[in-house]
Every structure is written in structure tokens, then in C-alpha cells.
Ligand binder design. Structure first.
Ligand code: HEC
Length: 129
């Protein structure tokens, strides 16, 4: 065995360790706290965003139900999910989320990490976990 082969063999544990970085995102402990901090003030029954669109983030079931016009989370595809388009500001600016609490002011973005958590949760199947 030459030195190059030995080097390659030595790398295997690192590659395996990196693959082990896959972590399942939890709705309960990762996603819902973000929605509670940034969305629920407007998106729970009786609040303005929920009254206007029918979308409540109060429970897993209401998140999956979507607006009165249809789903905003498509399990397995963050790219097809309206919710992700809104938080990435890819839709009309007037409905970029989270909307500001100051009427007319631009949306106050989620952090890139928060957006990533929501995308990963959807891509991993949007589970009730
Ligand atoms: C300050 C209030 C407010 C906050 C905070 C807010 N929203 Fe909204 N949201 C609204 C309003 C009002 C509407 C109805 C559309 C409109 O009138 O702009 C809406 C509509 C929506 C819709 C439906 C859009 C459609 O296609 O009809 C979704 C989905 C949504 N919001 C998701 C979110 C998410 C996710 C968050 C948190 C990251 C959030 N919103 C935070 C007020 C808010």
C-alpha cells in the first residue's frame, strides 16, 4: 500500500462523520418557536393576518391546513411552498412575511438560519415531530 492509498483510507472516518451531520429538524423544538416568535401575533385565530388569509400558525394542523385558498406548505418541497416564497421575499413585496407591525413599513426578515430551519423541515417531509 502506498502513501496515497493510506491517506485516502485515513479520510474515510471524516467523510462518515460529516455524513452523520444530517439532523432531523423538529417542528416542536425548532420550527414552532420561530413561528411563535415572529408570526403568531398576527396568525392566530382573531389576529389580523389570520382574519385576512385564514392562516394560523397556532398548531401543526393549522400550519399544514394553510390559508382559506389552500396549502402554503408542500411536504417535501420547500421550493413549491408558498410559505417559503413569502419568507424569502420572492413573492409580491406587499405580502413578504413577516409583515411589519408598523403599517406600510417593509417586512422584518427572519434570520438566514431561521429560514434555513423552516426550509429543511419542509424538505424533510414537514413532519409533526
Ligand atoms: C404584523 C402582522 C403579520 C405578521 C407578523 C406576519 N403576518 Fe403573514 N399576513 C399578515 C396579513 C395582514 C396577511 C394577509 C395578506 C395581506 O393583507 O397582506 C398575511 C398573509 C400571510 C399568508 C398568506 C399569503 C397568501 O398567499 O394569501 C401567509 C402564508 C403568511 N402571512 C405567513 C406568515 C409567516 C410565516 C409569518 C412569520 C414568519 C407571518 N406571516 C407574519 C400579517 C402578518
Amino acid at each position: 500500500m502506498n502513501a496515497q492509498v493510506l491517506m485516502k483510507l485515513a479520510l474515510i472516518p471524516f467523510v462518515v462523520a460529516l455524513a452523520g451531520c444530517y439532523r432531523e429538524v423538529s417542528f416542536k423544538t425548532d420550527v414552532h418557536p420561530i413561528l411563535e416568535a415572529r408570526c403568531i401575533s398576527c396568525h392566530s385565530p382573531g389576529a389580523p393576518g389570520c382574519v385576512a388569509s385564514g392562516f394560523s400558525v397556532a398548531t401543526y394542523q393549522s400550519v399544514m391546513k394553510g390559508t382559506r385558498y389552500g396549502h402554503v406548505v408542500i411536504a417535501g418541497s420547500s421550493a413549491a411552498s408558498t410559505l417559503v416564497r413569502l419568507i424569502n421575499h420572492e413573492a409580491d413585496p406587499s405580502i413578504a412575511m413577516p409583515k411589519s407591525h408598523t403599517p406600510g413599513a417593509p417586512s422584518e426578515w427572519l434570520t438566514p438560519d431561521q429560514i434555513k430551519v423552516i426550509q429543511e423541515w419542509i424538505d424533510q417531509g414537514a413532519k409533526d415531530n
